[in-house]
Design a protein around this ligand. Structure first.
Ligand SMILES: [Zn+2]
Length: 173
């Protein structure tokens, strides 16, 4: 029994987000729905090689994710990453041509989100790693200037994505 001077608040039903695989509230505290429909530009960089790699990922796509997952997608998509085995502070090393980019996030129904990392190998953009979003080590995220050399193709994708983000933030909602 709650004390008589408080009113029991409304209960918010939960749903299962296919991306983080958590049981999350259906509504956000501001009352809007905690389900975000993902248009392609929020899940992959606009590039034919990246699109082709996404199409090769097997599994039913989840059309909606929770708000927190959508925010994580926006932070990760187009971000530069360093190789998984690299230890210590990347800034202490000479420039290497092994910086990759998060090219796509593919939310799979009931299986979680797969994160696709791309690198340039022999001049071609290739998907070099696929891992579950929940297993990805955020310490691998990096920034231009902290790693030295970046393959031109990766740099182009990164710059174009940034330009699109900036263009989008200036437009009226
Ligand atoms: Zn989620």
């Amino acid at each position: 029994m709650p004390p008589s001077n408080i009113v029991e608040g409304p209960r918010v039903a939960t749903w299962h987000c296919p991306s983080c695989r958590e049981s999350v509230p259906r509504l956000l505290p501001n009352g809007s729905a905690n389900r975000v429909t993902l248009p392609p530009e929020r899940t992959m960089l606009p590039d034919d090689d990246i699109r082709a790699a996404c199409e090769r990922v097997q599994g039913l796509r989840a059309p909606e994710v929770c708000y927190a997952c959508d925010q994580a997608f926006q932070e990760l998509l187009g971000t530069l990453v360093r190789p998984p085995a690299e230890e210590g502070d990347a800034r202490g090393e000479p420039g290497l041509n092994d910086t990759g980019v998060v090219g796509a996030l593919v939310p799979l129904a009931e299986r979680g989100t797969q994160l696709l990392i791309f690198n340039v190998i022999a001049g071609e953009l290739r998907c070099t790693e696929i891992e579950y979003l929940t297993d990805f080590d955020p310490d691998r995220l990096t920034y231009p200037g902290s790693r030295g050399a970046i393959a031109p193709r990766i740099w182009e994708l990164y710059e174009r994505h940034l330009a699109e983000l900036h263009a989008g933030s200036d437009s009226p909602l």
